[in-house]
Every structure is written in C-alpha cells, then in structure tokens.
Design a protein around this ligand. Sequence first.
Ligand code: PMP
Length: 425
Amino acid sequence: VALSAQDEALVARRARVLGPAYRLMYEEPLHFVRGEGVWLYDTEGRAFLDAYNNVASVGHCHPHVVEAIRRQVGTLATNTRYLHGLILDYAEKLLATLPAALGHVMFACTGSEANDLATRIARAYTGGTGIIITDFAYHGLTLAVSEYSPTLGNAVHLGSHVRRVTAPAAYRTEGDVAAAFEAGVRAAIADLHRHGIKPAMLIVDSLFTSDGILTEPTAFLKGAVDAIHEAGGLFVADEVQPGFGRTGDTMWGFQRHGVVPDMVTLGKPMGNGQPISGVVIRPEVVDSFGRNARYFNTFAGNAVSCAAALAVLEVIEREGLMANARDVGAYLLDGLKGVAARHEAVGDVRGAGLFAAVEIVADRASRAPDRELTSRVVNRMRQDGVLISVCGPGYNILKIRPPLVFTRENADTFVDVLDRALAAR
Ligand code: PMP
C-alpha cells in the first residue's frame, strides 16, 4: 500500500484520536479535498469518478443547494419551536411526491433516528414489540435500531423480539419469490406469537440494498404486507437508500411494489449532505403517539436543513434527474450486461435506475459467491479512479449507486474500468 507520508500520519492520528470503531474504505485509503458533480478530487488533484455516493445525490456541492444553505445559514438557523414557513413549504412539497394516505411528516437528523422514531410510533400504535426484518438488513445504529440491524457486526445482538426473513433474491431462489417472502413473513409472525410477542412492524429497505440490491421482480411485497396487517402490525418502507428518484421510474422504491406503507423513513440523499431525515406517516398511525408524547428534536427540521432539502427537490425537478436516472441507468445496465458477456466471473447483473448490482461468482453453475475477487475488483477500480463498494450476504455484489447526475459518458468510463478490473485476474 503506497500511502504518502502525510496520509500515513493521518491514519495513525485517526486511530489515536477516534479509536478503534472507525473503518476506512479501500486497501489504499483515499483523502479527498474537494467534490463537484460526480467527481471527487484528492490531495494531488486527481479526479475520481464517484459511482457510490447517494448522499450527494444531486451531485457533490451542487451550486443550487450550496447557495440555499449559504443564504439560510446567514439569515436564521433555528428550530421547530418557532413558527417558520420554510419547514412547511418543504413538508408540503415532499408530501406531494408521496401517496395521499401518507399525510404527515416528522423530521429527524439521521436515517437511524428516523427508524428509531418509526419504531416508537409502531409500538405505540400496535401495542406490540415484535419486529420483522430481512436476513441481512441494515436500518441504523441507535440502541433500538441496532437490535434489528444484523449487518452491524458481532458486537451487536439482535433483540429477542426480532425475526429475520430471507430476502427474495430471484437469482438464488427457486420458484415464486413473492410466495416465498410472504411465507417467510407469516412464519415469523407465527414464531413471534408462539413466544408471546405481538408484532409491531415489518420493515424493509424497498430495494433490499444490503441484502444484495434485489431490483427484480417488482410487485412482490403485497402478500407480505397483507400478512403483517392481518397480524395487527404495520408495514414500514425504509427509503434511506432507494428514495428520492434514484430508481428512475418512481420517486420511491416501494412504489415499484404497488403497496402503500404505513410509514416511510427517509435519510441520506434528502439534504445532499446536510443532515436531515424524516418519517412520513399515515395520520391515524401517529395520532395517539402524538397526543401522549411531545416531539422535539433540537436540530431536526432546522431552517438550514429544510432549505437544503427544498433545494434538493427543486434540483431533482428542474434537472429532470428521475428521467436521467431512468435513461442513464438503463444505458449503464446495458453496458454491465456487456461486461457479463465478456467475463465468466459475473453471475448476474441487475438494476433499477441508478442503482445497480453485479454479482461476482466462483463459477456460474454453482453461483458460489467469490468474495475475494469482488474485493480485488473494488480495489482495482479505485486504483483506476472509480469508486464503488460491496454488499450482500456473500460480500460478492458490486454496489453501484452514483449521483443522479451521472451521464452516459460516465457510464462508459465505468464499464471500461470494470472490464479492466475483471480482466486483470
Ligand atoms: N436505513 C438504511 C437502509 C441505510 O442504508 C442506512 C445507512 N446506511 C440507515 C438506515 C441509517 O442511516 P444513518 O446512517 O443516516 O443513520
């Protein structure tokens, strides 16, 4: 690993000051000093194509968002205990992108906090505590949410009120994925009942991101949603990764499944880097919670974050970024299919808008995950100036999730670099 002396010193300083729980990406860590659009620039001025960042979803340092933040932070930065129009302008514009049944939005600062709040609301509404998740889910890091985020690592224990259901990976499932998932949810409900636990919610990332980016088929959630409703529980769509137009055809991932959740949680791309998240809720679901508990979250929904979030929605609209995600995403997927045709190691490619997965296998017949090659590909692409990461239970799925301003030319670069990384075996 050829780190500069300065970066070696930073790595040592991080360990000394920040302690052992932080991780850097890549065998050769990166040190960026500037970002613009789809590009990140390191200390040497080298440009890296960011094909991984869905926080800077409308592009790094988008001028319209930067200006909205600058203007608001220089005018007033205060909280939800005073009247202010901006939070309402934003809330109305956001709610207009969601089904009419979801009539309220409550703000938080991180995706974890949004899911934590959704959990409390689900418990209050249902009187239950049971939570059903997918096998390899990640929903966040608060104490309550870490108890249903199995990918956090060995130090985290799943709650005794949590049940896991295998996510419906079409590439690895025989038969009907909808029926398999529904059966899994029904079995989880039965097991909760057997242990005297009343179900509160089924929560899924609507693209099953950490379970491996399961974009196909669509419309398989209805049976599972009916099952949780019959059991008196709620259905929560975690849109922290799929949301805000990324899937191209729809603004929200759950819309690909033709279901309307009881709650939707939002985060990452919402403020293009400014910390803002939220829970969108059916009004009847939050009614008793709201009457019995006050909600004040110091930084959440502050005027600066709302200005950023409003600017993000404006950019998505003005620049036609959903259409771009759809068009460039389809173009990228075609390119990835070409890669699959040239390299035996690619077992499957799939995608929805600008969210794509390339599954790396030891051989196509057994479909055995090749974790080691996957990691080498990611590190080689980084050496060639393209950033992605890995997901899935076998750590063998290339996770491709560029900013929504990604162009066809960027997609060509991406495909070339991936081709080379796979060829250099
Ligand atoms: N839900 C999902 C699906 C996520 O991917 C993440 C973050 N990776 C979270 C929740 C938690 O968000 P945050 O890191 O903002 O707390």
